[in-house]
Design a protein around this ligand. Sequence first.
Ligand SMILES: Cc1ncc(COP(=O)(O)O)c(C=O)c1O
Length: 501
Amino acid sequence: MPLNCNSEFSPTNTPLLDTLWDCANKPHTAFYTPGHKLGQGISPKLTAYFGKDVFRADLTELTALDNLFAPTGVIHAAQSLAAQAFGASHTWFLVNGSTCGVEAAILATCGSGDKIILPRNVHTSAISGLILSGAIPIFVNPEYDPVLDIAHSITPQGVAAALEMHPDAKAVMMVYPTYYGVCGDVDAIANIAHQYNIPLLVDEAHGAHFAFHQQLPTTALAAGADLTIQSIHKVLGAMTQASMLHIQGEIIDQDRVHKALQLLQSSSPSYLLLASLDAARQQMAVCGEELMSRTLQLAEQARSHISQIPGLSVLEVPKLSSPGFVTLDQTRLTVRVSELGLTGFAAEEILDEHLGITCELASLHNLTFIISLGNTQEDINYLVQGFVILAQEYRQPLNHTHVKLSQSAWHDFTHISNSMLMLPREAFFAHTEALPMESKTLSNRICAEIVCPYPPGIPIIMPGEAISMEALAYLQQIKRMGGFISGCADTSLRTIKVVKI
Ligand SMILES: Cc1ncc(COP(=O)(O)O)c(C=O)c1O
């Protein structure tokens, strides 16, 4: 379709970015926040590193710059252009990541005591949404592939069964795509939710690029979702934290989303982040298809070369239909390294420390790489060469201790629901005590905090859940293998906070 470049709402325009730049360059004397006053008072070390321009543009809500929480000017125009580009009826810019979008989606659809159906392997932000709202989670276990040791999506059958048991649920939430790029059946799940007149909320944090190329999976909105949250910063050209929340249709109350976002975001949103969303949207509206074609080509090169290296394989769409795995985002590359006698954690360390290659996510068997519009041919050559060296020089005998571990009963735990003995909100606000982690007395005590390896940010135990010995053993293993645990007071995992009895 030819781009209409004349109207105010031309996709080639960047109304917010341009106005910010104009304000930054307009001669004036500043007596407003931020305190550094157009960079004049910023630490000289910061300007030495990053230059001066970026601080000149670090402005606040000047009249010309509109207001994120009551937009009528340039933010309104930039958000409208984003809605057009991403196929939404309304779009909000987020300065606190998809984290605040996921929380707002739950707050906008569920109040205290309302039920929400969601996968057990949700991102920790959904658990925060449950704590904030007081909603009752009805967890559906996602499909789990024991060979790959990867949890996929929830299925339409799982959602239908949950809704049959809980027809009073107020919303369904799903993750699409997963961290591994695996896409479930949004279309069918949206249809089921709509039969109950409730919305489908999609955590599409990793799928912001889907709208821009036919070879990428369908967007959640195109497949019928009512609300979707995208981390534009994760896969497109926006700055870290810059994300969007989109809605379509009539089921979602726009005003409630708006109010929820106002509860969750700063009253001094960063215009650098907001302008980066405007610029990233324009870049994709104008050259998205070309950029995604190139990204897909680079990803395909990496997949085909790495899969030919003996001892390595890459995650592909299964030949036989697999529940919870309808399609794959081909720009997300997951490489199985365990046949080299290495865990993903060990391979991550070798690649990072010895070969200068840093992945997004390591797990027991796999390494996951995000290939995006920012990658170059040189990056891909480097990645392939790194794997050649890893396979030739770092291979271990298959009875290596790391692999023995992988052959034990130990596996990805994120698809397993612990029993929920208290609502997440109640457990979060309860009186708590810290107990030693190894203590047998922890068995069946109620957890009072989120205990979550990061990445991928999927809680292993959450507030309100019974603490199982299996979950504890899993967390200890992650820790031993160099994983990072977040969310809990004692990230060394010597103690864990439980509800006091
Ligand atoms: C599936 C999923 N949802 C939500 C988030 C939160 O996104 P953000 O980092 O933009 O706050 C993440 C972050 O890793 C994620 O993986």
